[in-house]
Design a binder for this molecule. Structure first.
Ligand SMILES: [Mn+2]
Length: 241
């Protein structure tokens, strides 16, 4: 199917933090949201380093096996982080989440590490906002085990504990893929949105607004909720070429 990915991205440090450790990238075929953690400037460096490596690999080798390309890109991100930590020991422990959307000719492929998220909204079934990604997080494990529900997970004191991130050790991303359909919409976001804004409120914005307005409103909802964390959103529409 012939289509374009047309996206609006916004990021904000939030109301509490002085620096923004989230990074986002909007390319022709690739979208990335990365949420870095680490001491000193580590979080910022980790998210920027890995996001730019993934963006480059994704665009320079679009015809190769996309799963292998993304797995390699994540591994290269880890190598780059390991090198930077070696040169600057104060950066030890820095890491980042990644949520990647890569638009291939036949499939849209997502790669995921950590607890940033992607959602999709079908043009033909807009009453449901579907989550694409599964959080690599402690509370997600509790949800899967039936110990707590999704609502409780959003308010759990350990909701920020992630079980997997791209740091100086190689990790395997999780994948999902969808058939591209013009009119469908995708949302990529950091936990600065989803930890503080209810999914029903996110859905109400994403279903109703033009992508530029939707991106602004989502940031606004996080700010109104106090925005203790950096917040990043990309609202992407599949449009005709
Ligand atoms: Mn965050």
């Amino acid at each position: 199917m012939r289509y374009r990915v047309t996206a609006a991205g916004r990021t904000h440090p939030g109301r509490v933090r002085a620096i923004n450790e989230d990074t986002h990238h909007i390319g022709e075929r690739v979208l990335v949201v990365a949420d870095g953690v680490g001491g000193e400037a580590g979080g910022e460096i980790a998210s920027q380093t890995v996001a730019s490596i993934i963006a480059n690999v994704a665009t320079s080798r679009p015809t190769e096996d996309v799963y292998q390309s993304l797995t390699d890109a994540v591994a290269r991100g880890s190598h780059a982080i390991a090198r930077q930590v070696q040169e600057e020991p104060g950066l030890a422990g820095m890491s980042t989440t990644i949520t990647v959307m890569l638009g291939g000719d036949r499939r849209i492929v997502f790669a995921q590490v950590g607890d940033s998220r992607a959602y999709y909204l079908r043009a033909k079934k807009p009453e449901t906002l579907h989550q694409v990604t599964r959080d690599d997080s402690f509370v997600q494990e509790l949800v899967d085990a039936g110990v707590i529900n999704r609502e409780q997970a959003q308010h759990h004191p350990q909701r920020n504990l992630i079980l997997k991130a791209v740091g100086d050790h190689i990790v395997a991303p999780s994948f999902a893929s969808y058939a591209p359909v013009v009119g469908d919409r995708y949302l990529l976001c950091s936990d600065g949105l989803t930890d503080y804004v209810a999914e029903s409120d996110i859905h109400a914005v994403v279903v109703a607004e033009h992508r530029d307005v939707a991106a602004d409103r989502l940031i606004d909802l996080a700010l109104r909720a106090g925005a203790p964390d950096n917040v990043t959103v990309i609202v992407a529409d599949l449009t005709t070429p």
